[in-house]
Write a protein that binds this ligand. Sequence first.
Ligand SMILES: *Cc1c(COP(=O)(O)O)cnc(C)c1O
Length: 339
Amino acid sequence: MIDLRSDTVTRPTPEMRDAMLSARTGDDVYGEDPTVNELEESMALLTGKEAALFAPSGTQSNLLALLSHCQRGHEYIVGRTAHTYLYEGGGAAVLGGIQPNPLPFAPDGTLPLEAVVETIKPNDPHFAITRLVCLENTQGGKVLPLDYLRAYRDLMEEKGLRRHLDGARLFNAAVALGLPAAEICAHFDSVSLCLSKGLGCPVGSVLVGDRKLIANARRWRKMLGGGMRQAGILAAAGLHALCHHIDRLCDDHAKAARVARALAQLPTFTLAEEPQTNMVMLAANTPIPSLKDHLQDHGIVISGTRWVFHLDISDDDVDRLINACQSFQPEAGSEERRS
Ligand SMILES: *Cc1c(COP(=O)(O)O)cnc(C)c1O
C-alpha cells in the first residue's frame, strides 16, 4: 500500500530498529538515560537553544510549552486551524486555564501581524492577559518567510509577548530554505519539533527553549504522565533520524513537486497551491470519495485533498500514483462531478 494520509505512517527502517535495539538506557525520570540525554543535547544544539526535553507526542510538547509560558487567566493568540488550537483537544484551556484567541491564517501560513496587534488585549481587569503568540512552521506544508519571522519577533519584543513555534515539521521548513534549523528557531522562545513525522521515528517530539523554561516543562511533563523510564530505546530512533533523515527530506519535497507537475497536466485535477515541502494540496472541489475509491483499487490510500510524501514513498510509488491519477475519470452525472 502507498499511504499518503500523513507522514506519521512511516515505519522505522531496519537501521533505525538496530539503533533502538542497541541503545544504552537508564531511568530518564532520574535524568539517567544516556540516550535521552544525548538526544536532548543534540536537539538543543541543532536548534540553537540552551536545553531540550523529550516528550511522547507533539501534542504534549506543545502543551508543555503553553503551560510553561502561561498561567491561568492568560491568553495565547493562535491560528484558527493551528494544531495547537484545533487538534489538541483544547488542552491548554482544559488543563491550563489558558484561553485561546484564534485568528485566521493568511494564505501563506502566517498570522497577519496587523490582526495580531488588534487582537492583543489592553491591560484592563475585564480582559484575559495576552501572553503568547503561537505560530506553526510548516503550516499546511508552507514555509513561513524569514522576513515575516523577523517582523514577528520585533513585534513580540515590542509588546512584551512570548513566542512559541509548533515546529512539528520544522526540519522540512529548514531544508526547503536551505538553512540550519537554528536560524528559524532564533525567532522563538520555544519550539516543539516532531520526530514521528517526516523524520520517520515511531514516537516522540522534543521541546526546546532556555534552561528555565525547559526545567518548568519537565515538571509539567511529569505531572501529565509523560515521564518515561528507559526511554533511550525511543530516543535512539530520534538520534538516528537526526543523523540520517534530515537531509533526505528534500527527496520528499521533490516527490511532492513531481506529482504536482504531473497533476497540473491533467484536466481532472486542480491544485490548491504549489507544494513548498512534502504536501500536495488539491483544490477543495476535488471529488474525493470517487478518487479515493479509484486510488484504493491501485493500492493507494488517501484521506482527502492533502497528500503527504515521506520516507516510505519510493520513486516507483510516485510513478504508480501518477499513472493511477492519469486513469482517473470522475463519474459523469455523479453529484460530486466537478463544475
Ligand atoms: C502532528 C502535529 C503535531 C503533534 O502531533 P502528535 O500526533 O501529538 O505528535 C503538532 N503540530 C502539527 C502541525 C502537527 O502536524
